[in-house]
Design a protein around this ligand. Structure first.
Ligand code: HEM
Length: 408
């Protein structure tokens, strides 16, 4: 890899070019030769970087010269350039005229003759370089016949290009907006509910522990002056419980009414398609350190969603068991006595035990949740932790998440 610094304009970024990827017909050096084809003294940073790589790493291969009039630069509408090389020295020693197409991989793929299998292969290899912060710059070529007619374009491969310092295994978001894009995922209402849940579960746990084992105050000291401490603690538990019920109801309401697809009920199903099942296997292998990469999901991947949906169900059961116990205080009220029926079926002790075990289960989830968030935060650097505060995650430009459009 080498670099090139344009001399006349400071705003143009310095680019680096990585090892070329060849589809097999020509060598990597030849791909670089075609990518470097440019008019003399070109100030295009890609030309300069490719030329430097060619000179430094591919001894014996010359930069093909192109007349300025033979270059048709890329534009916003047509994301590839065309350059005609007159008298190109081919790998087999022959000389021909050819046109080189160089540019955005997707744009070039639309123009070339290529099999499905090769498209899949080139995209797979491009995805790897994209994950490492590069942009694949496709290189295709077409022959020009004696009547000056340009034939069909054939994709030869691509060269990875990146602003200097942004590529390789560098996962630091601070490298800037040229490489990373901020994508909004979580709505304000979901984030608000998340943190309210944290507060409410904390209060319910503290008060619940005290109800289970009044370890301080008059009761703990074994004195007669028990005061009303337990009553107050239980009242706090019940108020928090009703707040939690409202949060739960709001979440169900948003699952059916919200326009945000990350809130709607289908997002709760972890395995919606065959692909999700396949991805689940790949993600498990990634977590087991068998596979290096796992499919990218902006919101929750199937494994995460499986865990979160289970937690939703666990929370529902915890509410249910809580209200079964709560109903025991209102035997004369038909609604509450109906709610407390499971206590009659299983026994109050079983329901209390279940309610307590669910608390420890939720704690186990919280501990794992915090560990995994911090782990992902430090390894993947996509800002998952801050996403629950400001709603957005960082994703590398060019990445193609399974559950969202390509990140440009
Ligand atoms: C809607 C949600 C909830 C309701 C309605 C509820 C209700 C209740 C009721 C009525 C009791 C019995 C109080 C007593 O014996 O005087 C209780 C006890 C308890 N609650 Fe909850 N609770 C809820 C959520 C939670 C949560 C989220 C936790 C912890 C994460 C929790 C932990 C406990 C514990 C540890 C006890 C003591 C169990 C025992 O030894 O009897 N509760 N809860």
């Amino acid at each position: 890899m080498t670099k090139s610094t344009p001399t006349d304009q400071v705003e143009i970024p310095t680019l680096v070019v990585g090892t070329a990827y060849s589809l097999g017909a020509v060598s990597e050096g030849r791909i670089m030769t075609m990518a470097a084809a440019s008019p003399p003294n070109s100030t295009d940073p890609v030309d300069q970087a490719a030329i430097e790589v060619l000179k430094a790493n591919y001894v014996g291969l010359e930069v093909p010269e192109v007349a300025a009039d033979d270059v048709d630069p890329a534009s916003l509408k047509r994301r590839y350039s065309l350059a005609r090389i007159r008298r190109y020295n081919r790998q087999d020693g022959h000389i021909d005229d050819r046109v080189i197409m160089r540019g955005d991989l997707d744009a070039v793929l639309e123009k070339v003759k290529i099999s499905k299998e090769q498209t899949r292969l080139v995209k797979k290899n491009a995805a790897v370089v994209i994950r490492n912060g590069w942009r694949p710059l496709a290189v295709a070529r077409a022959k020009v016949d004696h009547n000056d007619i340009v034939g069909a374009f054939r994709l030869e491969g691509f060269i990875p290009v990146a602003p200097e310092g942004h590529a390789g295994d560098d996962m630091d978001v601070s490298t800037g907006p040229a490489v990373w894009a901020r994508v909004r995922v979580w709505s304000a209402s979901l984030r608000f509910q998340h943190w309210l849940n944290v507060a409410v579960i904390f209060i319910l746990s503290c008060t619940g522990i005290f109800i289970m084992d009044p370890f301080f105050g008059a009761t703990a000291l074994g004195t007669d002056a028990s005061g009303y401490l337990m009553g107050i603690i239980r009242l706090i538990h019940f108020i928090a419980a009703f707040v939690w019920l409202i949060i739960g109801a709001a979440r169900i309401w948003s699952a059916f009414m919200s326009r945000d697809r990350y809130l709607r009920w289908p997002s709760m199903w972890p395995l919606k398609s065959k692909d999700d099942v396949k991805h689940l296997g790949q993600i498990l292998q990634h977590y087991a350190l068998i596979k290096e990469h796992a499919p990218l999901y902006l919101a929750h991947n199937p494994l995460q969603q499986l865990a979160y949906t289970s937690v939703y169900i666990a929370c529902g059961l915890q509410m249910l068991s809580g209200f079964v116990l709560y109903g025991l205080y209102h035997p004369s009220n038909p609604f509450w006595s109906l709610v407390s029926l499971p206590a009659a079926w299983f026994g109050v002790g079983v329901v209390r035990l279940f309610h307590t075990l669910m608390m420890f289960g939720l704690w186990a989830f919280v501990i794992m949740h915090i560990y995994l968030v911090l782990r992902a935060e430090s390894l993947e650097r996509h800002g998952g932790l801050s996403a629950m505060i400001n709603g957005g995650v960082w994703v590398k430009r060019g990445a193609e998440p399974v559950d969202a459009p390509k990140v440009e």
